[in-house]
Design a protein around this ligand. Structure first.
Ligand code: HGY
Ligand code: MN
Ligand code: MN
Length: 419
């Protein structure tokens, strides 16, 4: 039986988005809830309370992923939705939060209307999707699908020296459920686009075809601190100069490669960071992304060659360590088609597009048929408190999510991971 007339309660969804955004508030209406901080704990507690209030069966696993399940007629793998509620330091109120709260709204709507599904339905939030405090990004969902061992994940040290396992214990979210977790019947994630495409096209729904490849590297430059006034230029081994060279090279590299290549230096620390001292050392990060794996490898090789030449020319040592490396992901065509057909059936404009941002869905795609629903971001802004999506679009996205999950519940998707 289809429930094409079924719609979520938009006011309740918007209210919960506001309630969650009020935890870890920052100027401009956004939130700062870095993974496993007190603010993250408080956000988790609020969402888990809502899950319990709905009568869902809430499971917390060893990396702190939270999965809440509404029973179906069968006991098999659930149709799952979800995302994340941790944020970057300059987080908006929709990145991740929309997907979790819309999932909660879907389950509450089904319960309110007394609708029984074939499969159980689940809504999850995954730990440390941002990877901003503890790299890599999508850490929780990566462990959930078996892409990283739980012990390796628990040992990760963050940018502030904290350790994942200790922080999970401290906030009370190292749960008893095993990792990896059980593969869902299917997974679909609602998320803001975080880019300018849908708005520019005047389209409401994105049927996401996949996620681009991600390469994060941390560089440590070791030179020689020296006096800014007395040291002749040709005798310097200036870690600050070398770091600045990497910053300008990655911009030049992305510009030269063009098309979808992007490159970012988001973190840059000099030591001793004083006006009259030639920097003795520097730590910086480079984020390279491309939808095409060979081109991403080409960008990595170009940068590695530049860094080696730079180190020799400046007489500094430059070491590197990978913080994250995920190849591009293509979502299951059947799920992408379901998203597009559902949006059209609901009278919404839709276009197919890849995701520039990483998402938990790219990890779930390893173990089950997976897709994503996008809604537009105003001016394409995200990872910024000015992040905004119109209320009508938020509700439209949640209604599409509801109907896609019902369609996946009825679909025979076969066993195991998709082809
Ligand atoms: O880095 C990303 O693309 C995501 O926001 N974690
Ligand atoms: Mn996100
Ligand atoms: Mn994000």
């Amino acid at each position: 039986m289809t429930h094409d007339d079924l719609r979520i309660d938009g006011d309740r969804l918007l209210r919960r988005i506001g309630d969650l955004a009020a935890i870890g508030p920052i100027d401009g209406g956004g939130s700062c809830r870095l993974a496993l901080t007190d603010e993250d704990r408080d956000g988790r507690d609020l969402v888990v309370t809502w899950m319990h209030d709905l009568g869902l069966d809430v499971a917390i696993d060893g990396i702190g992923n939270v999965v809440a399940v509404r029973p179906g007629r069968s006991d098999g793998p659930p149709v799952m939705t979800g995302s994340h509620i941790d944020t970057v330091r300059t987080g908006g109120r929709y990145d991740g939060n929309l997907g979790v709260l819309a999932g909660l709204e879907v389950l509450e709507t089904l319960t309110e209307r007394g609708i029984e599904t074939e499969h159980p339905f689940a809504v999850a939030f995954f730990t440390d999707e941002e990877g901003a405090r503890f790299p890599p990004d999508m850490l929780g969902s990566l462990v959930y699908v078996g892409g990283m061992g739980i012990e390796d994940a628990l040992d990760i040290t963050g940018i502030d020296g904290a350790v994942v396992g200790d922080e999970l214990d401290r906030i009370g979210y190292r749960g008893p459920y095993p990792c990896p977790g059980p593969a869902p019947h299917a997974f679909v994630e609602l998320h803001i686009e975080q880019g300018p495409v849908l708005e520019a096209e005047g389209v409401t729904i994105g049927a996401v075809t996949g996620v681009q490849g991600i390469s994060w590297t941390e560089y440590t430059v070791t030179g020689q601190s020296n006096h800014a006034g007395t040291t002749p230029m040709h005798l310097r081994h200036d870690a600050g100069f070398a770091a600045a060279g990497i910053v300008t090279h990655v911009r030049e590299l992305a510009t030269r490669m063009g098309d979808r290549q992007v490159a970012t230096v988001g973190r840059l620390e000099l030591h001793p960071d004083l006006v009259n001292v030639v920097a003795g050392s520097a730590v910086l990060t480079v984020d390279l992304r491309n939808t095409d794996e060979p081109l991403l490898q080409q960008a990595e090789a170009d940068l590695a060659g530049y860094v080696a030449d730079l180190a020799a020319a400046e007489g500094v040592e430059i070491t590197s360590r990978s913080l994250a490396r995920f190849e591009p992901v293509v979502f299951d065509e059947r799920v992408v088609d379901t998203v597009a057909a559902t949006a059209e059936r609901l009278g919404r404009t839709v276009s197919r597009m890849p995701s520039g941002a990483g998402h938990d869905a790219q990890m779930l795609a390893r173990v089950c048929p997976t897709g994503m629903v996008f809604v537009p971001s105003r001016d394409g802004i995200s990872h910024n408190p000015a992040e905004h999506t119109d209320a009508d679009d938020l509700v439209a996205g949640a209604d599409v999510l509801l109907q896609v999950m019902l369609a996946l519940d009825r679909a025979d998707l076969g066993e195991g991971a998709p082809s």
